[in-house]
Design a protein around this ligand. Structure first.
Ligand code: PMP
Length: 405
């Protein structure tokens, strides 16, 4: 299972494109990853050979589609080490998963209860909790993590008898730091709070073991781990999923309906109203299979090596501020005081390099860093050292050209 990014690139047809007359250098993987042929084939195969609605029909194609659909659930459950397939709920993505939990737990939140998040959250793991707090009279509290992802032990007092929910990111999408997850989850569990981990930026890189993490909920999106858009996962422990009020009601999630009452279905269907994103589910399972067929540790080390290379190349340049950690990350987020990140982004784009300039859906974190935006290069398994080198060269070229204005 030797890992070689150059060979692996061949699995991703889009990477051979040109962009603005240059070979495409795709370094916007934290926004979304490209899809391997295996995933594209799975989607095509589904529509060519298995398309029908699931769970409903009693005919050949419907049975086949249902079998693929439920087998996919099994594959995804195995991928994240979920103890039971029914603990995997299909959603549109991490955002919908978090909203589902924020709505589903509303019944048990009282005025003066506390909902705790960290200062590193993506808006997807902030706004749903903030709005839940507005609706219920609960208090949203923010555990201050440093931009290095560190917390001081005295911050443990943020976890108290009023803490009902603790929601935190596994890895920051904006700057790439990992949170001290296990310690924080233990602190939340010691006060009996529900725990939710936003794994949107972790699943593509780290082997996820929800049983080992022991969180109540773990959420992620398929498109950030080489799968399709529009499909995501809400993993939950049995007791945690059991107490969620469904955010959506309708077909599929019911057992028996009269005009006066509804008997809800069992998990996982109770939380999956309407026709699901069947091909998305099948594509996501193909992405899990693709990742599982790789040497995940070697892949992770490679991605970290690329980010480390960029970090080391740029760290002594006094014109550049880097916000990401030196190691153990696949993201390099930076700014060049005096030059707008959008201008840097524009120059890089003109040279075929795709990165992301902006606030990365993390306004409070940007405020903590004292900037309105950063330029983010984010690496995936198919990126090469020559791409990392090219990013550095073209960035320095951009600084020379734009800095003179
Ligand atoms: N959390 C994090 C850390 C993210 O990076 C993202 C996507 N940028 C999300 C949540 C939301 O994911 P989606 O837009 O796929 O729902």
């Amino acid at each position: 299972m030797a890992f070689n990014a150059n060979t692996l690139r061949d699995d991703f047809p889009i990477l051979s494109l040109e962009a603005n007359g240059h070979p495409l250098t795709y370094l916007d993987n934290a926004a979304t990853t490209q899809k391997p042929q295996a995933v594209l084939n799975a989607l095509m195969d589904y529509y060519t050979r298995s398309n029908a609605n699931v769970h409903r029909g009693a005919h050949f194609l419907s049975d086949r589609a249902t079998a693929h659909f439920e087998h996919a659930r099994e594959q995804v459950a195995r991928f994240i080490h979920a103890p039971q397939n029914s603990h995997v709920i299909w959603t549109k993505g991490a955002t919908e998963s978090i909203n589902l939990v924020a709505h589903g737990l509303e019944w048990c939140i009282k005025p003066d209860d506390e909902i705790l998040i960290t200062s590193l959250e993506h808006h997807a793991n902030l706004v749903p909790w903030q709005q839940l707090a507005f609706r219920t009279g609960a208090r949203l509290r923010v555990l201050p993590l440093t931009s290095k992802g560190e917390w001081e032990p005295e911050y443990r007092h943020y976890f108290n008898a009023k803490t009902r929910i603790f929601a935190c990111t596994h890895i920051s999408n904006a700057i790439g730091v990992k949170t001290p997850l296990k310690e924080m989850l233990a602190a939340a569990q010691s006060v009996n709070a529900f725990t939710l981990v936003d794994g949107a930026q972790a699943v593509a890189h780290h082997v996820i073991d929800v049983a080992d993490l022991d969180c109540d909920f773990y959420v992620f999106s398929g498109h950030k781990m080489y799968g399709p858009t529009g499909i995501g996962v809400l993993y939950g422990k049995q007791h945690a999923l059991d107490v969620l009020t469904p955010m959506q009601t309708g077909g599929e999630m019911v057992r028996h309906v009269t005009h006066n009452s509804t008997e809800f279905n069992i998990l996982p269907y109770r939380l999956e109203a309407g026709t699901p994103h069947i091909e998305g589910v099948i594509g996501l399972a193909a992405a899990c299979k693709y990742l599982s067929s790789q040497d995940r540790q070697a892949m992770l080390e490679w991605e970290h090596k690329l980010a480390r290379y960029v970090y080391d190349e740029l760290k002594f340049d006094t014109r550049i501020e880097i916000y990401s950690p030196a190691s153990d990350t696949s993201i390099v987020s930076l700014s060049v005081p005096g030059i707008h990140t959008l201008d840097l982004n524009g120059y890089l784009d003109s040279q075929g390099i795709a990165v992301r300039a902006g606030s990365h859906c993390a306004h409070p974190l940007m405020a903590q860093l004292g900037v309105s935006s950063t330029l983010r290069a984010s690496f995936a398994c198919y990126n090469t050292l020559s791409e990392a080198r090219r990013f550095c060269d073209v960035l320095l070229e951009a600084i020379e050209i734009l800095g003179d204005d």
